[in-house]
Write a new protein. Structure first.
Length: 155
């Protein structure tokens, strides 16, 4: 970064040794800058402008630590997994992944499910929940490629 672009009271990512840290420029001196490190509150001298990697993106500061900007969610509708669960509960019986996917797309439950292989997305998500949550899963596997909602399961 160029020395003329370094602003007082701004927060930057800096390299100190092999580490990248965040610091606030508190003072400009003849030989460089005094920077307060956000993690430890120590003030260090930075003599070379090349140590400033980039300006940190922040929206506000709370106390001494910056609050990073959050990306606005552009998602509409529900997640693919929630949509699959809704379809299975509404229909009340086990369905194939292809059938689940067709209903989700037809009813517009998950507009973001527009990739080239939405069936694989649904199948993978359901299987991940079944294996990850075990008995707390919302789904059960009724057969090869056939899934149902636990609420609708009858023996």
């Amino acid at each position: 970064m160029k020395a003329k672009n370094i602003i007082l009271n701004a927060i930057y990512h800096l390299t100190l040794g092999r580490n990248e840290v965040q610091g606030e420029v508190v003072e400009a001196t003849d030989k460089g800058w005094n920077v307060r490190l956000l993690a430890s509150d120590k003030v260090v001298k930075v003599n070379n402008a090349d140590r400033f990697v980039r300006k940190a993106r922040t929206i506000a500061t709370t106390g001494d630590a910056p609050v990073k900007a959050r990306r606005q969610s552009t998602r509409e509708g529900m997640s693919a997994l929630d949509a699959a669960h809704k379809v299975l509960v509404d229909i009340g019986t086990a369905l194939t992944v292809r059938q689940i996917t067709e209903v989700i797309i037809d009813k517009g439950y998950c507009p973001n499910l527009n990739g080239s292989t939405p069936q694989l997305t649904i199948s993978s998500a359901i299987q991940r929940e079944i294996t990850g949550k075990d008995e707390h899963s919302r789904f059960y596997k009724a057969g090869k490629g056939l899934f149902g909602a636990v609420e609708c399961w009858t023996e």
